[in-house]
Ligand binder design. Structure first.
Ligand SMILES: Cc1cc2nc3c(=O)[nH]c(=O)nc-3n(C[C@H](O)[C@H](O)[C@H](O)COP(=O)(O)OP(=O)(O)OC[C@H]3O[C@@H](n4cnc5c(N)ncnc54)[C@H](O)[C@@H]3O)c2cc1C
Length: 391
């Protein structure tokens, strides 16, 4: 029987959010036990974008060099009209951007970012990672929490649900049912850059915005790999993720796309499919010694490219609040969510709006293009300051 004073903090979920939290808490000298349902610690997925706000987190955690060693730094963020093929707007990621936001905008393979956190955690004396354990629920006893899993019970001083979009911890804590199915589907693929036509290999994060569709392209791993994300509207799918996509459906959805978009889509035979879901923001995601973090707390559509960035910010704020000497865990959890819910809620809601914006059709599309083209570079940077200036 463990002594209650020495009970570990339990974390459900070993994604980017779970490992970032484990790292922050173990560095405070705490005991942490992390449960991951997968049989081994291995991230899947494709590329992700990381805004300058994430680099404030990397700086604090001493991970900037490790991230820069794996990331690609694009020269521009470009938006193209996916139907006419014309450029709508282009944001240079140059000295002015760096001066404004201190840190760069980067592109990284999700597996590489996850590995950076896992490696940073390796050898931390307080951390125990247990794989192949699916958390099913918990009992909060006030001064301790019992986690119930498919492999039996574990007792800890607190529980942090970092178990993603379909969080079992959230299901008990909030009880707000399944996430909202957006009706947007993402097909993702990563291919060798050598397979991409030379004239389409720019060092940019390029978004081709079409009617109810868009395609994102960018380089990864120093230009060796090329990331593609194709998104379209469909009510055909209700839930599920990471299953195989159907290239024929993609061809149909992008039938009106400009030739470069069609040329890129043709390069891929095998797509992974995600049914994109989110939730409305909530103000309260803690109860007693149990809280949520990352997608479990505030799942968002990917249109702001911020889900992983928000999970990492959560981890640092949570650890800051728990690190105060004058606090109980329950109070620290409340202060953590109070510091986070407005910012994460703003990203959740903005992501929905960006989705509408990217997928505008007809006159709305023309109005969008006109609006973006009329903005000066400094107006564009100003509009991002609330997010990219970090926590
Ligand atoms: C198409 C797409 C593009 C994206 N692009 C970006 C981007 O450019 N930039 C960005 O910042 N974000 C992006 N995101 C979002 C980002 O991937 C997520 O927000 C981020 O991974 C959330 O991290 P997390 O640790 O909270 O959850 P997850 O990554 O979902 O990790 C949860 C972990 O918990 C485990 N788990 C789940 N349930 C249980 C259980 N019951 N018991 C034990 N373990 C469990 C899972 O196996 C998983 O390992 C994108 C998402 C999508 C779908």
């Amino acid at each position: 029987m463990e002594n209650k004073q020495e009970l570990p903090i339990l974390i459900a979920g070993g994604g980017i959010g779970g490992f970032a939290t484990a790292l922050c808490l173990c560095r405070q000298g705490r005991q942490v036990r992390l449960f991951e349902q997968a049989p081994e610690i291995k991230e899947i997925g494709a590329g992700i974008q990381i805004g300058p706000n994430a680099f404030y987190i990397f700086e604090r955690l001493g991970l900037t060099a490790a991230v820069l060693a794996k990331a690609s730094l694009p020269q521009t963020l470009k938006m193209m009209d996916g139907i006419t093929g014309e450029e709508v707007t282009s944001i240079p990621l140059d000295d002015a951007f760096l001066k404004r936001f201190t840190h760069p905008y980067a592109l990284i393979h999700r597996a590489d970012l996850h590995r950076i956190f896992v490696d940073a955690c390796a050898g931390l004396p307080g951390l125990e990672v247990i794989t192949g354990v699916k958390v099913r629920g918990y009992t909060d006893l006030g001064d301790s929490v019992i986690v119930h899993s498919d492999q039996g019970d574990h007792t800890g001083s607190a529980l942090i649900g970092a178990d993603g979009l379909w969080s079992a911890v959230r299901s008990q804590l909030i009880g707000d049912g399944a996430p909202r199915v957006s009706g947007h589907i993402a097909y993702r693929a990563v291919l060798p850059t050598a397979d991409v036509p030379e004239d389409l290999r720019s060092n940019s994060m390029t978004l081709w915005a079409g009617a109810k569709t868009h395609l994102v392209q960018y380089p990864l791993r120093n230009g060796e790999l090329f990331n593609l994300v194709a998104v379209f509207h469909s009510d055909k799918y209700v839930e599920g993720w990471d299953t195989h996509g159907d290239p024929e459906e993609l061809k149909f959805r992008f039938r009106d796309a400009a030739p470069p978009v069609k040329a890129l889509l043709q390069k891929i035979d095998s797509w992974r499919m995600w049914v994109l879901c989110d939730r409305d923001p909530i103000k309260n995601w803690s109860s007693g010694n149990v809280t949520l973090l990352g997608d479990a707390a505030h799942p968002m559509l990917q249109y702001m490219a911020q889900g992983a960035c928000m999970a990492m910010e959560d981890a640092v704020v949570l650890a800051e609040e728990m690190g105060r000497s004058d606090t109980s865990i329950a109070d620290a959890f409340v202060r953590y969510q109070d510091r986070r819910y407005m910012r994460t809620g703003k990203v959740q809601m903005s992501a929905r709006l960006y989705g509408e914006f990217y997928h505008a059709a007809g006159v709305n599309r023309e109005l969008r293009n006109q609006f973006l083209q009329a903005r000066t570079e400094s107006q564009t940077l100003d509009s991002m300051a609330w997010l990219y200036n970090g926590i």
